[in-house]
Design a protein around this ligand. Structure first.
Ligand SMILES: CC(C)(COP(=O)(O)OP(=O)(O)OC[C@H]1O[C@@H](n2cnc3c(N)ncnc32)[C@H](O)[C@@H]1OP(=O)(O)O)[C@@H](O)C(=O)NCCC(=O)NCCS
Length: 149
């Protein structure tokens, strides 16, 4: 992993153009840009962060912070940069940030087939606490995962 990497809060809606390029390549079923922008502009608990390498966005995550409860709404690294520790870096940043805010737990949903993400979340001490049947549009189930802080 290069040293020239940093994480910043997304403040400018135009950053979603770069984020969408990653979204479209990282996910088999990407979410549309309108959904990101609506969440960014209208959801009072929503925050997005971008991972920058040499002035280019190569990763991002979204969270909802609802008092003590945090929900990871999305997290991705550009496929060309996956497997190099950048996901770990974002997750460590996220956990430290919400711990400092005094949050008590983090939850997320993940496709049951997404072995890479499941490993990633387990590494960061998330546990499977439930299954949401046919959670995704293609009928796939989601695991509900949780980490207490
Ligand atoms: C999941 C994701 C964010 C992880 O980011 P990353 O930069 O690739 O991950 P890192 O290189 O930091 O690796 C962190 C851990 O993830 C897991 N992991 C990463 N690549 C993996 C692979 N090819 N197979 C299995 N586990 C893998 C491992 O536990 C790894 O830890 P280790 O290297 O100590 O074994 C990234 O792969 C991604 O964007 N995937 C597509 C989008 C997605 O599925 N997001 C999650 C939606 S719920």
């Amino acid at each position: 992993m290069s040293d020239n990497v940093s994480i910043h809060r997304v403040e400018d809606v135009n950053d979603f153009n770069a984020i969408m390029e990653i979204e479209n390549r990282a996910f088999l079923y990407p979410y549309p840009i309108d959904l990101f922008i609506y969440d960014f502009q209208h959801h009072p608990y929503s925050e997005y962060y971008k991972l920058i390498l040499d002035n280019t966005i190569i990763g991002y995550f979204g969270i909802w912070i609802i008092f003590e409860d945090v929900q990871i709404t999305t997290i991705a690294v550009h496929p060309n940069y996956q497997g190099r520790g950048y996901g770990d870096k974002m997750m460590e940043f996220l956990i430290n940030y919400v711990k400092e805010l005094g949050c008590r737990n983090i939850t997320l949903e993940v496709r049951v087939s997404n072995i890479k993400a499941l490993n990633f979340y387990k590494k960061h001490l998330f546990e499977i606490v439930g299954v949401r049947r046919r959670y995704y549009e293609n009928g796939e189930d989601a695991y509900l995962m949780k980490r207490d802080l």
